[in-house]
Design a protein around this ligand. Structure first.
Ligand SMILES: Cc1cc2nc3c(=O)[nH]c(=O)nc-3n(C[C@H](O)[C@H](O)[C@H](O)COP(=O)(O)OP(=O)(O)OC[C@H]3O[C@@H](n4cnc5c(N)ncnc54)[C@H](O)[C@@H]3O)c2cc1C
Length: 391
């Protein structure tokens, strides 16, 4: 019998499978796709801390980035930079393959083309029911880790509740014309409730994408047309991929013998939609929780509850502040966004970020609060008016 069945061979699932296998546990990973790295909608940007955790070789890094240019609806822009690289654009499909290879090398088994449909708890273990090309299969184990990404119904079926807010994403690979800096666009007509980006990758290629609360298909077409009109990309005849990103965590991420990790648990930065780093951090906590439970021979719900307590202690403030800032942004109209750009320029926010001690690509709450404090201190009335629509 397997010790753990990991459902989902995304980065977070495979990372946890590798860690569990290295601790000596017998691990099986199931994925509904027929091979690794299929149907991925992700830009693959991570910060330094995440890069260190992944411990991958440089061939997976398309680019390092030490600056971003933020565009306002009018086309005015604000460049923010640091003296050292703070983010890395990874070859996301290749990352997924490498993590699978590493987990396999550590001893984990993989079955692709196998969609888990339910998890039945038994007295001495559990049984994962699955669909394998139309055939029903069942796999037994002591524990399971749900790492299905956003949208699977497994955790809801197990009574863990459901994620109550999410945002839709769309992205396409494009040929770019002489752009070597990440560009981000804040414009409620271009990406309502979200933002759009153009990220150079390698060999004059890049990723153009957006997250928005509605109709990502329509908005990505408009965004690509705008980039083409500005001669930033060569063609709009590209195939977009789509995904959804949770903005709030799952109410409960543990049950008897079961933990939920990564995007399936809503462990995502609500401001940027980045989920790789927070997912890995929580995967480490999940692995340690299962290891301790295994040593104690106790996989009860109350024993596994420490997983949620610990990951919330690490990320709770970030998720709450990030979601608050996201909701605040959703309420702004383009005129207010323009005004904030103006205020940011006048308060020299770029220099503040360039010189900020302890700046991190991954931890946003202090940065958000510091920026708001600076704006409100220099321009109390204007900032107050702009932010008056506070949710
Ligand atoms: C447009 C866009 C851009 C993004 N850009 C970034 C970025 O730059 N940086 C960043 O950090 N994050 C980014 N993200 C988010 C990031 O992609 C996710 O947070 C990350 O992939 C989550 O990893 P995961 O392993 O939890 O889930 P996933 O990567 O979604 O993997 C889940 C796996 O589970 C499998 N699966 C699902 N259901 C089942 C089932 N029932 N049975 C078996 N297998 C199943 C799927 O096939 C998949 O392989 C972006 C997301 C979008 C939509």
């Amino acid at each position: 019998m397997y010790h753990t069945i990991v459902i989902g061979a995304g980065p977070v699932g495979s990372y946890s499978a590798e860690k569990l296998a290295k601790l000596g546990y017998k691990v099986l990973v199931l994925d509904k796709e027929t091979s690794v790295g299929q149907d991925i909608c992700c830009t693959g940007i991570v910060g330094k801390e995440c890069l260190d955790m992944l411990a991958i070789d440089n061939s997976l890094i398309f680019k390092s980035s030490s600056s971003v240019r933020f565009f306002a609806p009018s086309g005015n822009s604000l460049r923010v930079w640091r003296n050292e690289p703070v983010a890395y654009v990874l070859d996301r499909p290749l990352l997924e393959s490498k993590l699978v290879e590493r987990a396999q090398a550590a001893g984990a088994d993989y079955l692709f083309g196998t969609q888990a449909t339910d998890v039945q708890l038994r007295k001495e273990g559990l049984c994962v029911g699955a669909d394998f090309g139309g055939q029903k299969k069942a796999f037994e184990s002591k524990t399971a880790v749900i790492a299905t990404g956003f949208g699977s119904s497994l955790s809801r079926k197990l009574g863990m509740g459901k994620i109550t807010d999410f945002i839709a994403g769309a992205q396409a690979e494009v040929k770019i014309n002489s752009i070597d800096e990440v560009q981000v666009y804040f414009d409620q007509r271009l990406a309502p409730g979200g933002f759009a980006w153009l990220v150079p990758t390698r060999d004059n290629k890049g990723l153009a994408g957006l997250i928005t609360h509605k109709q990502p298909g329509t908005y990505i077409e408009t965004f690509l047309a705008k980039l083409k009109e500005q001669n930033k990309i060569a063609s709009t005849k590209v195939i977009a991929s789509y995904g959804a990103i949770p903005l709030r965590p799952l109410p409960r991420t543990y049950a008897r013998r079961i933990l939920v990790i990564g995007e399936a648990a809503g462990q995502v930065k609500p401001i940027t939609g980045g989920g790789i780093y927070y997912g890995l951090l929580c995967a480490d906590i999940a692995v340690q929780t299962l290891h301790q439970a295994s040593l104690a021979g106790d996989f009860s719900k109350s024993k596994l509850a420490s997983y949620q307590k610990n990951w919330r202690a690490k990320l709770g403030k970030e998720l709450r502040t990030g979601y608050w800032a996201h909701r605040l942004y959703c309420r702004l109209d383009n005129r207010q966004i323009e005004r904030l750009y103006h205020l940011a320029n006048n308060t020299d926010i770029s220099r503040f970020i360039a010189e900020m001690k302890g700046f991190s690509f991954d931890w946003h709450s202090n940065l958000i609060l510091e920026i708001l404090k600076r704006l409100a201190f220099r321009y109390p009335v204007e900032t107050g008016k702009t932010l008056a629509k506070h949710p």
